[in-house]
Design a protein around this ligand. Structure first.
Ligand code: 4AD
Ligand code: MG
Length: 440
């Protein structure tokens, strides 16, 4: 006989006045004499199961009494509409069977410190806030891929073990690779996506990426997931148009499909509803002027000189001027990656943009037009102190039918932190990897 339940809590509405079997875990339990109320969760939702002594066998009543928080059980009962119930329904229990009586659960509804919760991350993911967050993460990932697929993009996976650096050499995780020397965990899939772009026109890669950054900020992980579209013949301007459409589509889909989860997170959705193209565009030059005029308005914000990269307070100041995500474009080439196309009118700046999210979440996308000339690219590789021999395959892409092309990378965790208004990025991934955390 199957052990599967007959339905999920999410689908309970279509079983009103019928008998169903649910299987799940005890979220909470209260007893009032001959009545036991079990909050059952099954991953799809929660429902109150009412165990009334005179409706069940003695064994089932005792089983219900024995239930501890997070015990697993199987429950059969009648689905009854109740306007006071959070999901609109309750279950009048007829049968109840314990699958496993949980030991005393370390996470109780009382407040725990973040360190304690992080140590118990494998259990913490069952809690309602974490559950809502991770569901939204899953929605963002699905929305991103499905939107690109519908636009004719082909998913083209990039390797994780690579021989070269792409985003600077100071933050590489290295490992010994048999007789072939060092291998590095990919900082980005982009260079490989560019090979795919030359084969398919429009591609994206999606996977974990790694940065051995010793930054202990609320925006940095050492392992994060990035989705990276790459488009042949696309210019820097085309790239920004694609990004604003992409981000808007993802946000609108989360608003439509994950409204309940946003509610659990108490997310004010008004700022999200405004996320529609076009997004404002601000040049790096104007951003520097803005910062130097208004730096006193943001705590910890200092004036900067042309050529400096922005810190978090600078980004906060910039986004405060707008009501939706904002592009900062044309950064000094010197602070950006080697592969970025220089502005033909001002070679000291790159045809690139960072997309900054509102509400202080900072950069969620980095993107650029890529250098498509082999000679210039090789020169840049050398200027960045990289070994041109290692990049011959990448240079080949410029030797055989090269085309102007552009692409970008969106960090999933940064995007989810912004959409869910979660201050620290560590809660937006099931098992965060950070400078001081590799357990669990
Ligand atoms: O700006 P980045 O470094 O750009 C690239 O890697 C390009 N190769 C992307 C491309 O053009 N295909 O990183 C892109 C995004 C950032 O905007 C941010 O969202 C995320 O990746 N990111 C991080 N997220 C969490 N922790 C970190 N340490 C991150 N570093 C980058
Ligand atoms: Mg960047």
């Amino acid at each position: 006989m199957s052990q599967l339940p007959t339905t999920s809590i999410a689908a309970i509405a279509s079983y009103a006045e019928q008998s169903v079997t649910l299987a799940g875990w005890v979220y909470n339990k209260t007893e009032k004499g001959k009545l036991i109320f079990v909050q059952l969760r099954d991953g799809s939702g929660t429902i109150q199961c009412v165990v009334f002594k005179k409706n069940v066998s003695e064994a089932a009543f005792q089983a219900a009494q024995s239930l501890t928080q997070e015990s697993s059980c199987r429950v059969t009962g009648g689905v009854r509409a109740d306007s006071r119930a959070p999901g609109g329904f309750e279950l009048d229990v007829q049968e109840l069977e314990v699958v496993h009586l949980s030991q005393e659960y370390p996470i109780s509804p009382k407040e725990h410190g973040t360190e304690f919760l992080m140590e118990h991350r494998h259990l913490w993911v069952r809690s309602s806030r974490q559950h809502a967050l991770l569901r939204i993460r899953a929605e963002v990932i699905a929305a991103a891929q499905e939107w690109l697929n519908a636009q004719g993009f082909v998913r083209f996976d990039a390797p994780i073990l690579t021989a070269t650096a792409a985003e600077g050499t100071s933050n590489l995780f290295a490992t010994d690779y048999f007789d072939l020397g060092k291998a590095y965990l990919a900082q980005t899939g982009q260079l490989y996506a560019e090979a795919g772009m030359m084969a398919f026109g429009k591609v994206y890669c999606f996977g974990p990426t790694f940065r051995a950054e010793k930054s202990k900020t609320r925006r940095h992980l050492t392992e994060f997931w990035m989705i990276e579209p790459e488009v042949a013949f696309a210019t820097h301007d085309d790239n920004m148009v694609l990004q604003e459409q992409f981000v808007s589509a993802i946000v609108q889909r989360v608003l439509e499909r994950r409204a309940d989860d946003l509610k659990v997170l108490e997310r004010d959705t008004t700022p999200l509803e405004r996320v529609k193209p076009p997004f404002p565009r601000l040049s790096y030059d104007d951003a520097v002027k803005l910062i130097n005029e208004k730096y006193q308005e943001v705590e910890g914000c200092a004036p900067i000189t042309w050529g400096d990269d922005f810190g978090a307070p600078h980004e906060t100041l910039i986004v405060q001027q707008y009501d939706r995500p904002v592009f900062v474009e044309r950064f000094p080439a010197a602070v950006k990656a080697f592969y970025m196309e220089p502005d033909p009118n001002r070679p000291e700046v790159a045809l690139c943009a960072d997309l900054l999210a509102p509400e202080g979440y900072g950069e969620i996308i980095g993107g650029s037009q890529r250098i498509h000339d082999a000679t210039l690219l090789e020169q840049r590789i050398r200027e960045h102190g990289l070994n041109a021999e290692d990049y011959q395959w990448y240079l080949d892409l410029r030797r055989y039918g090269t085309v102007p092309h552009s692409g970008f990378g969106m960090g999933i965790e940064r995007a989810v932190a912004w959409i869910t208004n979660t201050r620290h990025i560590r809660e937006t991934v099931p098992f965060p990897r950070m400078l001081y955390r590799i357990y669990p």
